[in-house]
Design a protein around this ligand. Structure first.
Ligand code: NAD
Ligand code: DAU
Length: 355
């Protein structure tokens, strides 16, 4: 089996669902269930014996090591993180705790577990670390897209904490030989994304008749990738990634924020028309994010050349699927916004001991 961290979050839950949709290899899913972790995402696996969910913190090294020794996974796929840049500006401490200290605790447990393996089990073990393109900092209008050798220049507490975790992973490969593979991916979108991130936030606000907040002039550029394409890239990195290597993952799809929001409004105008006017009438320019990176762009050539991965979805196909998913799952959005899923978590887990 494989051991996944953060598998109740946006990308992690998509990964677990995709994984078990394509393979019978079991998943132990360790997630703290912060505000971003939502077991509703995994409801379809409730009675599936291939999925074992454990509520717990990656910072708890003793728990992680006990789980590894008990379940003996052949790989760790590490998604767990604090992931929202705006939250890192208001409260960086949690980002250092989980992204830096948590990754360190996980690496220590992985090293102890892996060191005790032998033969093919030891050789074939992998620690796949999921990271972000934000570690490379901000590009100018004409700067070449990020490659794996681009110098790190993180600008937010979030990206600095992810950069620190990448450096720790690199050090564990070079110093101890732990067979790590790191992926640095661009902006994801798709089902189960928490409505604090641009695309689901804009959809939720549009349908609720609220303003669609665009930071600054809306001219910032991101490279958007549909989440199932990211999941496929992580699977390839686990299958065939070379230990110690880094692979950039991206959609070859740079867009300005203002254009993303207009695209969403156009699709919603067709799929869920307002009584009068366009959703674009709700767009509101608001003060900028402090330290806002202007442009990210990813050169995903290495993973295409070496592992044969490239995205399947274009932005047009991916965003239409995404809009339809949110229209079909408005109860999921309402549940997240009301916080009802969190009270359920407390009710369900308050008096449970972890195995
Ligand atoms: P998310 O915020 O939706 O989910 C994070 C998950 O981690 C949640 O389920 C949360 O409960 C869990 N978690 C947080 N702290 C934990 C802890 N201490 N112990 C155990 N579990 C904990 O994040 P996401 O958008 O799914 O991102 C997943 C990973 O992918 C992150 O490492 C992020 O840096 C990276 N990434 C995200 C994007 C993106 O566009 N969302 C792009 C590139 C890379
Ligand atoms: O690049 C990969 C990163 O993408 C991941 O590592 C992060 O975990 C993920 O959150 C994402 O970071 P961003 O900051 O780019 O995503 P976000 O959806 O928060 O914002 C996308 C762009 O939209 C960014 O330029 C800020 C802008 N924005 C965002 C929000 C929430 C707005 O203009 N208005 C908003 O209300």
């Amino acid at each position: 089996m494989i051991f996944v961290t953060g598998g109740a979050g946006f990308i992690g839950s998509n990964f677990v669902l995709d994984w078990l949709g394509q393979s019978d290899e079991g998943v132990v899913n360790l997630d703290k269930l912060t505000y971003a972790g939502n077991l509703d995402n995994l409801a379809s696996l409730q009675d599936d014996p291939r999925h074992l969910f454990v509520r717990g913190d990656i910072c708890d090294g003793a728990l992680v090591l006990a789980l590894l020794n008990q379940h003996r996974p052949r790989a760790i796929v590490h998604f767990a993180a604090e992931s929202h840049v705006d939250r890192s500006i208001h409260g960086p401490a949690e980002f250092i705790a989980t992204n830096v200290n948590g990754t360190f605790a996980l690496l220590e447990a992985a090293r102890a577990y892996w060191s005790a393996l032998a033969g093919a089990e030891k050789d074939d073990f992998r620690f796949v670390h999921i990271s972000t393109d934000e570690v490379y900092g901000s590009l100018g209008e004409h700067g070449a897209p990020f490659v794996e050798t681009t110098a790190y220049a993180p600008n937010s507490p979030y990206s600095a904490s992810k950069a620190a975790s990448d450096h720790l992973v690199r050090a564990y490969f070079h110093t101890y030989g732990l067979p790590t593979v790191t992926t640095n991916c661009s902006n994801n979108y798709g089902p189960y994304q928490f409505p604090e991130k641009l695309i689901p936030l804009v959809m939720a606000n549009a349908l609720a008749g609220k303003p669609l907040p665009i930071y600054g002039d809306g001219g910032q550029i991101r490279d958007w990738l549909y989440v199932s394409d990211h999941c496929a890239a992580v699977r390839r990195a686990l299958e065939a990634g070379r230990p110690g290597e880094v692979y950039n993952v991206g959609g070859w799809n740079e867009m300005r924020n203002i254009d993303v929001v207009h695209t969403l409004c156009d699709i919603l105008d067709q799929a869920a028309p307002k009584a009068a006017g366009s959703y674009a009438g709700q767009i509101a320019l608001v003060p900028d994010r402090p330290g806002h990176d202007r442009r990210y762009a990813v050169d995903a050539g290495k993973i295409q050349r070496e592992l044969g991965w490239k995205p399947v979805e274009t932005f047009d196909t991916g965003i239409r699927k995404t809009v339809q998913w949110y229209l079909d799952h408005q109860a999921w959005v309402a549940h997240v916004q009301s916080g009802a899923y969190l009270s359920w978590v407390e009710q369900n887990y308050a008096n449970r001991e972890v195995v």
